[in-house]
Write a protein that binds this ligand. Structure first.
Ligand code: SF4
Length: 480
């Protein structure tokens, strides 16, 4: 390696690069993850501790949520057929037991444990690969390189097979493709609402959609279940927000089973909710969800189900949300802010000041709903539900207006699926292309239709050929 130039020397004390002493300091796990992700290995020399050869067909996708470090890798052991599964990186092989991975269902698909230091006893552990002897450069050199190659970026040779044909598309064709995919997504969600409305009515279909969206990825199903219990929640008569909060939290299994004075905390909210629930819990006994139905790992405090149920209780207590959404749909003011006004709750004496039942009082009040969440609710629930109603009612004009809103809605918050898809399919194309929520929806639809049906190595995926054929088709011809 050439001597460090001045810029290279700047990087080290700036903190972007850890200073490692070969053989003395164990490397940080972040560096091991980057080495694995970028495959800075002598790839034809990889062997497990029990001597089996390892061919990495795809290193998998870096997972920043709970669970193994890399998801959906494709690995071939000896001459066996390639297997798809997860990869966990640990400093020492014993980490598998000490970190509790063996008993954690999130780790049941791990097919390779990649470690820096292998212990003697590897019985009962997944296939294990030790890195020190197979690095493609000295550790210190890799450490300097890692400063500029975070594990999140996908190496060129592991990009999707569609990256090349998509890169060759003129911008208007690429945006046309995303628009078509987004239309499919809108209509797909709308038809799911119509199907549910046929069984349970339009209002119930809407409530279930809203609850599911408040559950995010992790808590969709317990939220769906609570929405299904909507008529029981009112217990035969109109209930106020506090009563509904106590029932939702109680049936959701999110209240303590007992409450001593010391546990009720400085605000008396928990005491009041618990007193309501204590009187009623017999009546709702058979409906109570187990706490294990919820996932709390990796949740932002603002997205905690307790807080989201508090918001839903206000919507239910007001009782006029579906009608207000319909009015918004025909109003001239169609912005996200106007929808936020419909969905926002003025103030909640407790929840405006607390993230969860047990969290400390905030220094200043926080709204129960932010504008980014409104975008998710708009593109996933409100607009598809309204479009579906307009379609059932045969109103083409209203359908067009809803589509206009859908396609001009500003982009939602970026997320891990979109980030990975931009790297994998679009070679890291800038976020400029995704200035609208619909473009993001289109990309997510492609991931669902094609990536989810294939594997990390893009085996048998038809998308690249479809894109190539479409690219060669004149603009006014039908797509292949
Ligand atoms: S699976 Fe298909 S759509 Fe997904 S990245 Fe690979 S080639 Fe592209």
């Amino acid at each position: 390696m050439s001597p460090l130039n001045f810029y290279a020397r700047w990087r080290v004390p700036a903190g972007g690069v850890a200073r490692l002493h070969e053989g003395v300091t164990p490397p940080p796990e972040k560096l091991l993850q980057a080495i694995w992700q970028q495959q800075r290995l002598q790839r034809d020399r990889l062997r497990t501790l029990d001597g089996r050869s390892v061919r990495v067909i795809h290193p998998g996708f870096h997972n920043r949520a709970a669970g193994p470090d890399f998801r959906s890798a494709v690995i071939q052991f000896e001459a066996e057929p390639p297997r798809s599964g997860d990869v966990e990186i640990d400093l020492v092989s014993g980490g598998w037991r000490t970190h509790g991975h063996a008993a954690n269902p999130d780790f049941k698909n791990v097919i390779l444990h990649v470690v820096w230091e292998a212990g003697r006893d590897v019985t009962g552990l997944p296939a294990t690969l030790a890195l020190p002897a197979v690095l493609d450069a000295p550790l210190r050199e890799l450490d300097l390189w890692c400063g500029g190659e975070p594990a999140e970026s996908l190496p060129e040779n592991f990009r999707g097979r569609c990256a090349a044909p998509l890169r060759d598309l003129p911008p208007e064709k690429l945006s046309g493709l995303l628009t078509q995919a987004a239309t499919v997504r809108l209509h797909g969600k709308a038809s799911a609402f119509a199907a549910r409305a046929r069984q349970a009515g339009w209002e119930q279909a809407l409530w279930e959609g809203l609850f599911r969206a408040l559950g995010y990825k992790q808590n969709v199903w317990p939220m769906q279940r609570l929405a299904e219990l909507r008529s029981e929640l009112h217990a035969g008569k109109k209930a106020d927000a506090l009563t509904l909060q106590s029932r939702l939290l109680g049936i959701g299994g999110l209240l303590p089973t007992e409450l001593t004075r010391a546990q009720s905390g400085p605000d008396d909210y928990l005491r009041r909710v618990w007193d309501f629930w204590w009187r009623e819990r017999e009546e709702f006994g058979g409906l109570i969800l187990p706490r294990a139905a919820w996932k709390f790992n990796g949740l932002r405090p603002a997205n905690h189900p307790q807080r989201r149920l508090a918001l839903a209780a206000h919507w239910l207590a007001a009782g006029n949300l579906p009608a207000r959404l319909e009015r918004w749909c025909v109003a001239a003011e169609s912005s996200a802010e106007a929808l936020l006004e419909v969905l926002q709750v003025e103030r909640d004496d407790f929840w405006s000041w607390h993230w969860t039942l047990r969290s400390a009082r905030l220094a200043k009040p926080q709204p129960l709903l932010g504008v980014t969440r409104v975008t998710d609710l708009a593109v996933n629930v409100v607009l598809p539900w309204l479009w579906s109603r307009a379609h059932e009612g045969g109103s083409v004009e209203l359908q067009r207006e809803i589509e206009r809103r859908y396609f001009s809605w500003p982009a939602a918050e970026d997320n891990a699926v979109l980030k990975l898809a931009r790297q994998r399919l679009l070679s890291g194309a800038g976020r400029k292309l995704f200035a609208t929520a619909a473009a993001q929806q289109g990309l997510q639809q492609i991931v669902r239709d094609f990536c989810d049906a294939s594997n990390a190595a893009c085996d048998a995926c038809r998308f690249p050929d479809l894109v190539r054929t479409w690219a060669a088709t004149p603009a006014d011809s039908a797509a292949p």
